[in-house]
Write a protein that binds this ligand. Sequence first.
Ligand code: GP9
Length: 424
Amino acid sequence: SPLDIDRVEAVIQTIGHENNPSQGFGVGENKNVIVIQAESLQNFVINREIGGQVITPVLNELIKNDSIYFSQYYEQVGWGNTSDAEFISHNSFYPSRKTFSYKAFEENDFMTLPLMLKEKGYSTIAFHGNQASFWNRDNIYQSQGLDRFISLENFQQDDLIGIGLSDASLFRQSIDYLKKQPQPFYSFFITLTSHHPFTLEESQKRLDIQDAYKDTLLEDYLQTVHYLDHEIGVFIERLKEAGLYDNAMIVIYGDHRGLDMRKEETNELLSSFLEKPYEEDEMARVPLIIHIPEGNIEKEITIAGGQIDFFPTMANLLGLEIKPNKILGKDLLNTTEGFVAKQVHVAQGSFVDNEKIFIMSNDGIFENSRAWNLHTQEAVDIEECREGYERALAEVNLSEYILQNNLVPLVKKNGLEYILEYDL
Ligand code: GP9
């Protein structure tokens, strides 16, 4: 068997003992959901300035009002980058280790957040300013529960930046579709302008950067993030004008890193800008903001979480009952033990918890791995990471096994325990 049964059993027990939905349950029930998956948005830009200018004024303001801000949230994408961020968030299983998940699991049956909302009477729609076929989205969205897909082909191509429609145009044109969308709706936006290599016309650059960062990749990155932030602000104003704001739950998260620590120049720039070494923890940290107008639920969640936790966390807020033994993620509002495994782009077994990050050595020798405290950056004894390492491996293997054998429907029916009885 490809699975280590003892470890899988331990994982299933751990997962099964967490999550007793109570806090926040149903706060956003029957509201229209607007999810913005933001291209390359990393967390370090939040509440930060450059040359006295605030980088993300709109997001910072949003965080302060009627929002839950998850500040220790990590991307877990694999080869499918942006599309894997969608996959893991909607499915609460890990992305494929072999290729992009939307290809690897194209024929599978799923249980996703949009599918569960559809069962409650929601309509679903996705917006993206690139070709529908990119990342095989056109072939898999139906089985992911995204019924309508408005892609580049459907939009007026009136403002193109980088690899597709500008975020300004994407948001502007989507309002008419949203107004006509049967309510309640789940809408999913995938932005594009802050995609590497972060191209903008001079006139679209609103940050005035004069210091050592001028004309660097970091400047280009921050300019596109600032642009995205501004366009999200414009979009929210338009939602208000269209009467779509008050009854909405607006959710924003970063899909994956924008700046690669393995590039020497980028690393130097970031380490100087952040005044600490730019490493895997900061590279993988993305913001998650859940804004519920008049939800009276302002808080910062500092539990380590990842995109795998998106589905159960959203399900709780939207009043969907989902047993913790049916998916691999946790509801971050009702858990204390954060645990985020990463299986692609770093060696398998790497993980983050509330206190530390563990990066498994590429040579496969546990003793050669690195681990450090997230808050102090001080080295952590890797023996303290052995249990987490084993758990990370088991979770990822279990996920891969379930998806490769198309077992999500059976897990949905019988729980993860079923895997132990399944003819391995
Ligand atoms: C492509 C867009 C960007 O449609 O989602 O994908 P990425 O290159 O970031 O994975």
